[in-house]
Write a protein that binds this ligand. Structure first.
Ligand SMILES: O=C(O)CCC(=O)C(=O)O
Length: 262
C-alpha cells in the first residue's frame, strides 16, 4: 500500500496502522483478496526448507518470514473486516475466537473459520505443523496495543497439545518458564528459561513438552532489550536475526493462534 509524498516520491504505509471503520452488521463486508492463491502459489517446499528447531526444548519451532508482506497485509485486511472484538476482562488485549468451542471458554465468533483462516489452516497441515488427523479447527486472534502482553499460562488440556502462532505487524518476545506443580513451588527455579524473538510475519509452533511442561508469556512493556536478563537468553538469535542489546519496540500487534479441539 503506497502513499504519494510529493517530490520525495512514495513511502510505504504500514497496513497495520490503517484505521478501518468499525464493522457494521448492516453493511456489506468489504471484498478481501483471496489469500489462498497467494499462499499456495509459493509452494510447500519453500516454507518447509526454512523451518528450524530452536532452543533446548526440541518441541519448539520458529520460522522467520513465513508470510510475505503482501500476505500480512491481506491477513490484516481480513481481520479488520471481521466480527467486532471482545475485550478480555483479565487482560486489556482484544480477542476474536473462531471455530470449535472450547468447553468452559468464551463464545465463538462463528463455528466455521473465515476463509482466510481456513486457507492458513490448510497450509499449516501441508507444512506439517498439524497432522491431517488433527487440523486446526480453533483460532484465537489476539490484538495487542503497545505495552500490552499476556501473563504466563498454558493453553491447557482442552486442546490437542500443539499451538501455532503467526505474528503480524510487530515484533515481540515470548518467554517460556517451567510449569511448576503447586507442591514444588519454592523448590524449583521459576525464572524464564527460554526467550524467543517473534518477528512480524514469523511462525512459532510449540507442542508436547513445551506445551504442557512450560508456561508462555509476553511481558506488558512498550519496548524490551534482547538478552538483558542473564537467565533468560534468546534462543533464536540467528533465525530471527536478533542482536545483543537490540531494542524491540512494540507496535500494535496481531497474533493468529491455531489449535485443534478434539
Ligand atoms: O500473542 C501471542 O503471540 C501468544 C498468544 C497466546 O499465548 C495465547 O493466545 O494463548
Amino acid at each position: 500500500m503506497l502513499q504519494e509524498t510529493g517530490s520525495r516520491g512514495s513511502v510505504e504505509v504500514n497496513p497495520c496502522e490503517v484505521k478501518l471503520p468499525t464493522p457494521d452488521s448492516s453493511a456489506v463486508a468489504p471484498p478481501v483478496a483471496p489469500i489462498r492463491l497467494l499462499l499456495l502459489s509459493r509452494g510447500d517446499t519453500l516454507r518447509s526448507s526454512l523451518r528450524c528447531r530452536i532452543g533446548s526444548l526440541n518441541t519448539i519451532m520458529y520460522c522467520a518470514d513465513f508470510l510475505s508482506k503482501e500476505e500480512e497485509t491481506i491477513c490484516v485486511e481480513n481481520i479488520n473486516s471481521l466480527h467486532p472484538w471482545e475485550v478480555l476482562r483479565s487482560s486489556r488485549r482484544k480477542v476474536q475466537a473462531w471455530g470449535k468451542i472450547v468447553p468452559g471458554f468464551a463464545n465463538t465468533c462463528g463455528h466455521t473459520l473465515p476463509p482466510f483462516l481456513q486457507s492458513l489452516s490448510q497450509l499449516l497441515v501441508a507444512e506439517g505443523f498439524f497432522p491431517p488427523s488433527t487440523p486446526p479447527n480453533n483460532v484465537l486472534i489476539n490484538q495487542y496495543e503497545s505495552g500490552q502482553g499476556i501473563m504466563p499460562h498454558t493453553d491447557g488440556p482442552a486442546y490437542h497439545p500443539t499451538t501455532v502462532v503467526i505474528s503480524l505487524c510487530s515484533d515481540t518476545i515470548m518467554t517460556f518458564i517451567p510449569n511448576i506443580m503447586t507442591d514444588r513451588v519454592g523448590l524449583d527455579n521459576a525464572d524464564p528459561i527460554e526467550a524467543i524473538v517473534l518477528r512480524r510475519r514469523s511462525i512459532l509452533s510449540f507442542s508436547d513438552e513445551a506445551y504442557t511442561g512450560y508456561l508462555h508469556s509476553i511481558a506488558e512493556v512498550a519496548s524490551e532489550t534482547v538478552n538483558s536478563t542473564k537467565n533468560c537468553q534468546v534462543v533464536n538469535m540467528e533465525e530471527s536475526k536478533a542482536f545483543e542489546g537490540e531494542i524491540i519496540l512494540r507496535a500494535k500487534r496481531f497474533s493468529l493462534t491455531f489449535r485443534h479441539v478434539p
